[in-house]
Design a protein around this ligand. Sequence first.
Ligand SMILES: Nc1ncnc2c1ncn2[C@@H]1O[C@H](COP(=O)(O)OP(=O)(O)OP(=O)(O)O)[C@@H](O)[C@H]1O
Ligand SMILES: O=C(O)C1=C[C@@H](O)[C@@H](O)[C@H](O)C1
Length: 289
Amino acid sequence: MCSSGVMDAKAVQTLNLPGLTRPEKLLTRTGCSFTRTTKPEKLRMTRRRMVLACSYNNVPASILESEGHKFPLEEELILKNRSQQIQPYLNGRCVYVVGMMGSGKTTVGKIMSQALSYSFCDCDTLIEEEVDGHSVADIFKLYGESFFRDKETEALNKLSLMHKLVISTGGGAVVRPINWKYMHKGVSVWLDVPVEALAKRIAAVGTGSRPLLHDEAGDAYTAALMRLSALFEERGEFYANANARVSLENIAIKLGRRDASDLSPTDIAIEALEQIGNFLKAEDGGYAR
Ligand SMILES: Nc1ncnc2c1ncn2[C@@H]1O[C@H](COP(=O)(O)OP(=O)(O)OP(=O)(O)O)[C@@H](O)[C@H]1O
Ligand SMILES: O=C(O)C1=C[C@@H](O)[C@@H](O)[C@H](O)C1
């Protein structure tokens, strides 16, 4: 049976897991329901085979990440506290992180997934899995952008049937209205990062994996800035469809930092959880239940 209870459990994977992994830990690790093959009392000390029944028919458990990162205690407490406040209102719904290329959807999304005890899923990685392991850049090259966009819509459709995932979406996923129909099954949060900060990050790591930024002339920063500015001009209004907005400029002001480039991914994850909380509060009539 699926954790969501909304679909068939077709993808069943047999994994070897350390016996010290408790069932509730397993649920956090995979976002999947599970079937035990041993009695509960035997689970504790020995290495056991567990059959994991993924709650999504075509999402391989291997791409659902829930690796732990260590945070300073104070940050960890704030993250946990924010998460606990919103969890009853989130009620297992997925969190979709939207934003421009390089906005930190993956980096910040992973921190949020850990805080919420959700699994993390990168939509681009899921598409790559579905297209024979080709990278996004190769999919664009081999099949063109519209093929990629169709795969992206299919992936979001599938993900919309799942629960307890933080999903990092592709930067362009916001443009198609049908994608919003799927993303609005969960709660969406927009990481609104100034293009100058995006260009700085992307110039540092290169554009290899970001085909829409290829072929720009000039130095890496200026080229990225020009292209990102044009893309943001086209897309700004679509990102604003998200349920919650996290403005890095606003966080920098609130925390007394120099600018958006002076914020850690954890600062941003904390604010994202707060903004999601504000949305859920409004949705729930001020947590009036
Ligand atoms: N707060 C931050 N400060 C500095 N660098 C950051 C921050 N957040 C993310 N980065 C860096 O920016 C780059 C892009 O981040 P990330 O891959 O998380 O973004 P993304 O939105 O998932 O990108 P894409 O959609 O293009 O895959 C990475 O090199 C990451 O380490
Ligand atoms: O902004 C975009 O349109 C894209 C962003 C990436 O995440 C990939 O989804 C792809 O490179 C397209």
